[in-house]
Design a protein around this ligand. Structure first.
Ligand code: SF4
Ligand code: SF4
Length: 65
């Protein structure tokens, strides 16, 4: 996969909305603080980015992160 989701950890409020929609179960809430993306599982589909109420998720080229 070429793309991956990146979370703005500083602003994420760990609401869990992105985790619920991820078809690959690639998102977990790290210590209740922020959403963490599993690099092995994420396919860069962008569903999580569309769902985040704060638009805190970006889909980027894997080479960039
Ligand atoms: S981009 Fe798709 S696969 Fe990756 S974390 Fe978001 S919803 Fe899951
Ligand atoms: S939907 Fe947005 S604010 Fe909520 S846990 Fe995911 S990245 Fe954080």
């Amino acid at each position: 996969m070429k793309k991956i989701a990146v979370v703005d950890r500083a602003r994420c409020v760990a609401c869990g909305a992105c985790r619920k929609v991820c078809p690959r179960t690639a998102i977990t809430m790290y210590k209740g603080c922020y959403a963490e993306i599993d690099r092995e599982k994420c396919v860069g589909c962008g569903l999580c980015a569309k769902t985040c109420p704060g638009t805190l998720i970006e889909i980027v080229e894997r080479g960039e992160v």
